[in-house]
Design a binder for this molecule. Sequence first.
Ligand code: 4FV
Length: 252
Amino acid sequence: MKIDILTLFPEMFAGPFDSSIIKRAREKGLLEINFTDIRDFSGNKHNTVDDTPYGGGAGMVMQAPPVMRALEHVRGLRGGALNRVVLMCPTGLPFDQNWARDLAREEHLVIICGHYEGFDERVRELAVTDELSIGDYVLTGGELPAMVVVDAVSRMIPGVLGESASAEEDSFYRGLLEYPQYTRPREYEGLIVPDILLSGHHENIRRWRRRQALLKTLERRPDLLREEILTDEDRDILREMAEVIRGILQLD
Ligand code: 4FV
């Protein structure tokens, strides 16, 4: 997969992309990440890429021409249409695991990092295919959001996660929050690993984990418990829980 990142601060990406899983994915040729500095396309001797907003108001706005010239440069580099041009901004759709899975199917992604108060609207009209937000808060720039997206997407690229780890076991992979995990030591601070996990009975262990994942999701993210992600087994488990609750509350 090839990812082109348009940013005013390419140096910000040094750390996150030069270590661990993403570094190995790049070394294994599973992932190629390139940076284009939008300021190189300012087109003026002062290298400015922003200006005051028409209609007044605080802050500065990223101008369309330098961004479009930078995109043209990437198009030239890649020799063809830019199918997915992702703009990181607070007004975007909430980024989640479904988006990570969807974007990971692409051969080439362009991610544009915002700055200042945002972009001239014509960047959206002329080039952007997807607008994504990593959360309802305002950051100083789109670089951190771009790193988040690249990290989540690269994990979904076949071969990036070693054998031992698989995205299939992730939280959200099957729509639920992850079940509790344990490893050595068997006892710590008086807390002992649940016996079922030491039983070697894989079916019971699988069922216990699904039940734990349902319980945690019910407690913390009931919004995730949508019809389409529940298996028949989930419904049985939830019905059992409902029976227990009905019993406790002596409901009819
Ligand atoms: C953001 C977010 C975000 C807004 C002003 C960059 C900043 C500056 N991007 N998810 N939340 N962007 O806060 O994606 O342009």
